[in-house]
Design a protein around this ligand. Structure first.
Ligand code: FES
Length: 172
């Protein structure tokens, strides 16, 4: 049976293979950034255990790696919520009411952009264009696009995720 979710071991093995491929190339800041991108791709954020592995393998002081990571806003230093919501604030979406959609999300989730809901279920991020301008205003949850949003529809979508979570907890 195959497992769609990568385990901690699989992710670490993939990270080690990735770093192995960079061995022999000149040690540079761009190599380190590529590795940090890989860590974030695998874990969703810069996981401490993975960062320790990067420091040991690349023989770079951990403090230096964290220094690079914190310089770039792209890197996430905290584990994201179970579901990652990206609200599009690009021009097409903004004109079609993305500001109102954002306010509704903040209200529903009790967080601001960059935050994680108190129940750990949702992270809220902003995007500048999700490539679906014809459906504006748009948000994406875990890679799935939701378009033609209204505040009411946002509420229904969030409630839908909460109901699914409650049902999966009951059946576990
Ligand atoms: S501006 Fe929002 S999808 Fe393009």
């Amino acid at each position: 049976m195959t497992c769609a979710v990568k385990t901690q071991d699989h992710r670490m093995a993939e990270l080690k293979t990735f770093m192995e491929q960079l061995r022999g190339t000149p040690r540079s800041e761009s190599n380190l950034i590529a590795i940090l991108h890989k860590v974030q791709e695998l874990y969703g954020y810069l996981n401490r255990e993975a960062m320790d592995e990067v420091a040991a393998t690349m023989q770079i002081p951990t403090a230096h790696i964290w220094g690079v990571a914190t310089f770039y806003h792209y890197f996430k230093l905290k584990a994201p919520g179970k579901h990652v919501i990206a609200i599009c604030l690009g021009t097409a979406c903004y004109i079609k009411g993305a500001g109102e959609i954002l306010e509704k999300l903040k209200d529903e989730l009790k967080i601001d952009i960059g935050g994680i809901s108190p129940d750990g279920m949702f992270s809220l991020e902003e995007a500048r264009c999700l490539g679906a301008c014809g459906l504006a205003p748009v948000m994406m949850i875990d890679g799935k696009i939701y378009g033609s949003l209204t505040p009411k529809r946002v509420s229904e979508i969030i409630q839908g995720y909460r109901k699914l979570e409650a049902a999966s907890v009951k059946s576990a």
